[in-house]
Design a protein around this ligand. Structure first.
Ligand code: HEC
Length: 80
C-alpha cells in the first residue's frame, strides 16, 4: 500500500516536471495559425475540440498529441 502511494507521488512529480517541457510544441500550431486572429472569440474548449478534429486534414499531426499535451499547448497559445 505504502509503495503504491510512493509510486503515485513519483509519477505525479514526473508529470509536473514534464509539462513545461511540452511548451515548445506550441510551435506546431504556429506553423499554420495566428492564434490572435484565427481563434479570436473561441474558448479554450472550442480550440481544443477543433485541434482534435482530424477531419481537418491538416490536423493529422495533432492526433500524435494526447489530451494533456494539447491542453497545455492551447492554454499557452491563448495566454499570449
Ligand atoms: C498543417 C497546418 C495546421 C496545423 C499544424 C494546425 N492547424 Fe489548425 N487548422 C488548419 C486548417 C487548414 C484549418 C481549417 C480552417 C481554415 O481553413 O483556417 C484549421 C482550423 C483550426 C481551428 C478552427 C478555427 C480556424 O482557424 O479556422 C482551430 C481552433 C485550430 N485549427 C486549432 C489548432 C491547434 C490548437 C493546433 C496545434 C495543436 C493546430 N490547429 C495545428 C491547419 C493547421
Amino acid at each position: 500500500m505504502k509503495n503504491n502511494l510512493l509510486a503515485v507521488v513519483a509519477i505525479t512529480a514526473a508529470l509536473g516536471v514534464a509539462a513545461p517541457a511540452l511548451a515548445g510544441d506550441a510551435d506546431l500550431c504556429l506553423d499554420c495559425h495566428e492564434p490572435a486572429e484565427d481563434w479570436e472569440g473561441l474558448s479554450a474548449h472550442e480550440v481544443l475540440a477543433t485541434a482534435k478534429d482530424t477531419s481537418i486534414e491538416r490536423h493529422a499531426d495533432n492526433a500524435d498529441l494526447n489530451d494533456e499535451q494539447l491542453k497545455a499547448i492551447v492554454a499557452e497559445l491563448l495566454a499570449e
